[in-house]
Design a protein around this ligand. Structure first.
Ligand code: CMP
Length: 225
């Protein structure tokens, strides 16, 4: 199971069995309890991580203490590579949203892998480009979209990664509190709750603790546009 999830990560792109096994043996395991901080924004970074199980949130804190979530990552996703490609402090704080297990690779072990395997370098560039594209969209949405539009988008993005077919719709176990959902959308908890309650009253979603069931995907997609 660990192997399967680990090898979905961009880090293993195009590697044959021998190279994959060699890379895997140079990685270390780590586990986190829910709420535990792996590293803080501003720390020195010397490792990148692949999520094996659970969920990790990447967030930033403003000088007055408000939090903004950049991303929620799940199994097979990687983080901690920015401070390798652009040497400098960690650009965000990584915290476990649920109990989580991870594999880590030292930045010093990454250079030889990139030199020997251009496919891995391409996969990491692809991930960086995807994140830049998504970040551009988020910045655009902060200017052009209202809060309900941003909430719909966030729910659809979470459904893409964590959703599974259920009897009456798509069951999305996001594991986020309402406060964390608000931090992900970049709005107050009250406004985000109001948008969610409105979606629920229209029958588009059903709200459950740390989960949501999407009942009307089409309407939610329309609201996200
Ligand atoms: P690093 O700066 O080493 O540590 C924090 C990590 O968060 C960073 O590497 C990236 O892997 C990840 N990260 C930072 N910004 C974003 C973003 N906008 N979207 C997804 N992941 C991000």
């Amino acid at each position: 199971m660990t192997d399967d999830v680990l090898r979905q990560a961009p880090l293993f792109n195009g590697l044959d069995e021998t190279a994959s096994a060699a890379l895997e043996s140079s990685m270390e395991s780590a586990s986190l309890r829910r709420g535990e901080i792996l590293f803080n924004e501003g720390d020195d970074g010397d490792k990148l991580y692949v999520v094996i199980s659970g969920k990790i949130k990447l967030g930033r804190t403003s000088p007055d203490g408000r939090e903004n979530l950049l991303a929620i990552l799940g199994p097979g996703q990687m983080f901690g590579e920015l401070s390798f490609f652009d040497p400098g402090p960690r650009s965000a704080t990584a915290t476990a949203v649920t109990d989580a297990s991870l594999k880590s690779l030292g930045h010093d072990a990454l250079s030889p892998v990139l030199n020997e395997h251009p496919d891995v370098a391409k996969a990491l560039l692809n991930q960086l480009a995807g994140r830049l594209r998504r970040t551009n969209e988020v910045v655009g949405d902060m200017v052009f979209s209202d809060v309900p539009g941003r909430v719909s988008k966030a729910l659809l993005d979470l459904a893409d990664r964590f959703g599974r077919e259920a009897e009456d719709g798509i069951y999305v176990n996001h594991d986020l509190t309402q406060e964390e959902l608000a931090q992900l959308v970049g709005a107050s908890r009250e406004t985000v709750n109001k948008a969610l309650a409105d979606f629920a009253s229209r029958g588009w979603v059903r709200l459950e603790p740390r989960s949501v069931v999407i009942l009307d995907l089409e309407r939610l997609q329309k609201r996200a546009r």
